[in-house]
Design a protein around this ligand. Structure first.
Ligand code: WQD
Length: 348
């Protein structure tokens, strides 16, 4: 009997790619989402999950549930015997979190508290949490390992990730038989090799590569490069970009680790290699054969110069490391974007 795993926010970019890997690894995912950031497809399924069903030829169990509705969440746990939970659901726009901090604290923190309470009342004690390298704040040293100080977050979104990590740590201390893994993502990019699913930000993309790919496909005129006066090789920001499928496989490795460990531990999911904005533009031009015009503009508030991971702990304890290189990340991103110029709303 396949292990049943609850996937909160499983219609999103990271969640949907993890659902693919869960199914391929023989798990039985049950997905919940509130459609805050997902396009509705047919039969009440999010379009992203419709596509996953077509890619794999497998049905996906989905329910529209909002974590703020604790009763609905509890009924879900009455109905299903989950062996573990992968928790992705939450708001994630850095800029928006600065404008609407209380919304971010309500959705991300209250939603997670409901989830932890219902897990506890139903005896579900294994959890993988979608955290972020943003919990490290401005790096004190590089590469960043998991012993780097956390909590120096510069925006409410990052603070919610940090607070949730702390809530989960305290819950694991309070109920000694819990086991949780916090996965600190660096910069996930790219798409499933089929080109059928990928990142589909609503409105103007906050993140670099969705914006770059929209310029390459002709949806946007040019890229604004947020500053070229950083202390980096070409003056533009350096980040650790990781293929979304590598990231998704990291979740399967974490689930397997939960079977033999206890307590709460954090792992970086990154490649250990940093690339600058201009290097990413060049890589996308190579993968797409398209020009990506750009303009150098002022720095973005809160940005740091350089950030990249020391991924050794995940390799040692999860038996996981990123396999895909930058060319592959951009090739897969281009296949998704060129087949879906306006994301999930249309498919060419
Ligand atoms: C990358 C680089 C920008 C856009 C954020 C969140 C983090 C996580 C990943 C959720 C930087 C530059 C960007 C643009 C640009 N999100 N840039 N023009 O800031 O490293 O991390 O996304 O978990 O929590 O903080 O990623 O893609 O926004 O920026 O020049 O239009 O690209 O200055 O150097 P970031 P990013």
């Amino acid at each position: 009997m396949a292990e049943k795993v609850l996937v909160t926010g499983g219609a999103g970019y990271i969640g949907s790619h993890c659902v693919v890997e869960l199914l391929e690894a023989g798990y039985h995912p049950v997905v919940i989402d509130n459609f805050h950031n997902a396009i509705r497809g047919t039969h009440g399924l999010p379009e992203s999950l419709q596509r996953v069903q077509k890619i794999l030829g497998k049905e996906i169990e989905f329910e529209e549930v909002d974590l703020l509705n604790k009763d609905a969440l509890s009924s879900l746990f009455d109905k299903h015997k989950f062996s573990a939970v992968l928790h992705f659901a939450g708001l994630k726009a850095v800029g928006e979190s600065v404008e609407k901090p209380l919304l971010y604290y309500k959705v991300n923190l209250t939603g997670t508290i409901h989830l932890l309470e219902v897990m506890s009342s139903h005896g579900v004690k294994k959890l993988v949490f979608s955290s972020s390298a943003t919990v490290y704040g401005d790096p004190k040293y590089l590469p960043i390992d998991e012993s780097h100080p956390v909590g120096g977050c510069t925006n409410p979104y990052g603070k919610t990730k940090y607070f949730i990590e702390e809530m989960i740590k305290d819950q694991c201390k309070a109920e000694g038989d819990w086991c949780a893994i916090l996965l600190r993502y660096f910069n996930p990019i790219g798409a499933h090799v089929s080109g059928r699913i990928g990142e589909d930000p609503q409105g103007i993309p906050n993140n670099l590569m969705p914006y770059v790919s929209q310029v390459a496909v002709g949806r946007r005129e040019y890229l604004n490069v947020f500053g070229n006066d950083y202390n980096t090789p070409d003056g533009t920001g350096v980040r650790d970009y990781i293929h979304i499928v590598d990231l998704a496989k990291g979740h399967i490795a974490a689930l397997k680790r939960l079977e033999t460990s206890s307590g709460c531990k954090a792992y970086n999911l990154g490649t250990g290699v940093g690339y600058s904005v201009l290097q990413m533009v060049k890589a996308m031009e190579k993968a797409s054969g398209k020009e990506v015009p750009y303009k150098i503009v002022a720095r973005r508030e809160g940005d740091i110069a350089t950030c990249y991971a020391d991924p050794a702990l995940a390799a040692a304890e999860l038996g996981w490391k990123a396999e895909y290189d930058l060319d592959r990340m951009c090739e897969d991103l281009w296949r998704w974007q060129s087949h879906n110029p306006t994301g999930f709303s249309t498919e060419h």
